[in-house]
Design a protein around this ligand. Structure first.
Ligand SMILES: [Zn+2]
Length: 398
C-alpha cells in the first residue's frame, strides 16, 4: 500500500481509506474524476501482486520418475506452471515479471546450500553424459545410496563415479535431473529473491511462480522434484536484509522436509508445516509432530501432520493454529511455500480441499498483515492447479 499520485491513478484500483490506511471501501477506479478533491492522506492505491515468473522453467522437463518399482511419466511437468500463468492472465491478476538479472543470487544460494552441492548441480548433467555418452538420451536418476547406519557406509570418502555421487546428493529416485535442471532451478531461486526484493521495496506480497519446486531440497540434497529450496532462499534473504524473525508456513500437501532441515537449529526462522502424516505420506522419514527443533532452534519448528482424507474444516483449523503460532513468534516477514496438492482431485495426494477453499486460505494468510513471499511448490491436478493457486492469491488480495 503506498500513497498515490495523479499520474498513476489509471493503473491502479483506487481506495478510500481511513487515516490509518485501513481500507473501508473499494471503488475500483470509479472515483477517478474526483480524486484530486480528496485529501492525500485518505488515498492509497493497491497495485496487483507482483508475480516473478521463471522463464527458464521449461528447461527442466523430466521424462520419467521411479515410482514403486516402475518408471512412470513425471507428475512435475511444465504445464503446471503454464496453467497458473494462464489463469493469472485470464483474471488479469498480478503484474507478471521476470526477475532482474543483477540480483545477488550466488550469495543467496550459498547462504542456504553448501558450495559443494551447488557445484555438483552445476556440472551434474555434463558429468552424467561423460559417464556414458548414451546417457544424453536419458534423465539422470540415482540407483545407489549410502544408507546412514552405524559402520555401514562412509560419508567422508565420496566416490568419484557420478552414479554414486548422484546417490550421495539425492534422497529418492523420483527426481529426474535433466540437461536444463540447473538453469531452471537457479532461475527459480532468482524469482524467489526478486520476490523478497519486491516486498522490501514496499509491496505487501510477491509470488515466485517457478518450477522445479523447492521445499524438499535441503542444504546438500535434492529430492521430491526439488533441487534448490526457493522458500529457504527467500527466508534467509529476508533475514540478511534485517528482518529479525521470519516465519515459513508451508501449506503443500507434503512435509517441507528440506526447509525444516535448513533451519532446524535456528530460533530466528520459525518453520511450520501442515501436511499428510509421514507415516503414510511422502517424504515418510521426516515431518512428525514431535520434531520441534534442536539446540537454539528448540521450539521453533512446528509440524501438523494430518491423516489422508482430511477435509477443509480440519485442515483450516490446523492453519489457524499455525497462524496463531506465527503471531506469537512476532514474525516480521512470512514465506509461504504454496502447494495446492491439498486439492481433492490431486493425483498423488490425499486431502479433500476444494477450489473455493483456496480463497479462504489466501484471506487467512493476509490477516497476518506481514510482508509475504509465496513460492510455488506442488499441485499436480494440472487442469485445476491454475485456478487453485489464483484463488489463494485472489483471497490474499481481496
Ligand atoms: Zn507436495
Amino acid at each position: 500500500m503506498r500513497r498515490c499520485s495523479k499520474s498513476n491513478f489509471s493503473n491502479y484500483e483506487i481506495y478510500i481509506a481511513h487515516r490509518d490506511n485501513q481500507i473501508v471501501r473499494k471503488l475500483a477506479g470509479l472515483l477517478r474524476p474526483n480524486v484530486p478533491k480528496l485529501a492525500p492522506c485518505l488515498l492509497t492505491y493497491h497495485s496487483p501482486m507482483k508475480t516473478f515468473h521463471n522463464t527458464a522453467h521449461h528447461m527442466h522437463a523430466g521424462k520419467q520418475e521411479m515410482f514403486r518399482g516402475k518408471l512412470v511419466d513425471c507428475h512435475e511437468v511444465p504445464d503446471r506452471l503454464e496453467y497458473v500463468l494462464a489463469e493469472l492472465k485470464r483474471r488479469k491478476m498480478g503484474n507478471i515479471l521476470a526477475p532482474a538479472d543483477d540480483l545477488p543470487l550466488q550469495a543467496a544460494l550459498e547462504a542456504v546450500h553448501t558450495r559443494e552441492y551447488l557445484e555438483f548441480l552445476a556440472t551434474a548433467w555434463e558429468d552424467w553424459v561423460q559417464l556414458d555418452p548414451t546417457n544424453a538420451q536419458r534423465d539422470a536418476l540415482p540407483s545407489v545410496w549410502p544408507l546412514a547406519q552405524a559402520h555401514a557406509f562412509r560419508l567422508d570418502a565420496p566416490p568419484l563415479n557420478f552414479a554414486a555421487r548422484l546417490g550421495q546428493y539425492a534422497f529418492d529416485s523420483g527426481t529426474p535431473l535433466t540437461a536444463g535442471s540447473w538453469q531452471a532451478a537457479r532461475q527459480g531461486a532468482a524469482c524467489a529473491l526478486a520476490a523478497v526484493h519486491a516486498v522490501l521495496a514496499g509491496e505487501r506480497a510477491a509470488f515466485a511462480l517457478t518450477r522445479p519446486p523447492g521445499h524438499h531440497a535441503g542444504p546438500a540434497y535434492m529430492g521430491g522434484y526439488c533441487f534448490i529450496n526457493n522458500a529457504a532462499v527467500a527466508a534467509q534473504a529476508l533475514r540478511d536484509v534485517g528482518k529479525k524473525r521470519v516465519a515459513i508456513l508451508d501449506i503443500d500437501y507434503h512435509h517441507g522436509n528440506g526447509t525444516q532441515t535448513c533451519f532446524y537449529e535456528r530460533a530466528d526462522i520459525f518453520t511450520l508445516s501442515i501436511h499428510g502424516d509421514p507415516r503414510t505420506e511422502y517424504p515418510f522419514f521426516l515431518g512428525h509432530a514431535d520434531e520441534r527443533g534442536a539446540g537454539a532452534g528448540a521450539g521453533f519448528n512446528l509440524n501438523i501432520p494430518l491423516p489422508r482424507g482430511t477435509g477443509f474444516e480440519q485442515w483450516f483449523a490446523a492453519l489457524q493454529q499455525a497462524i496463531a503460532q506465527v503471531r506469537q513468534f512476532q514474525a516480521e516477514a512470512l514465506v509461504v511455500p504454496l502447494g495446492v496438492d491439498t486439492f481433492e482431485g490431486d493425483p498423488i495426494s490425499g486431502f479433500k480441499l476444494r477450489s473455493a477453499d483456496y480463497l479462504s486460505i489466501g484471506q487467512a494468510l493476509r490477516e497476518l498483515a506481514l510482508p509475504t513471499v509465496l513460492t510455488f511448490e506442488g499441485g499436480y491436478a494440472v487442469g485445476e492447479v491454475g485456478v487453485n493457486v489464483a484463488n489463494v492469491l485472489e483471497g490474499f488480495e481481496a
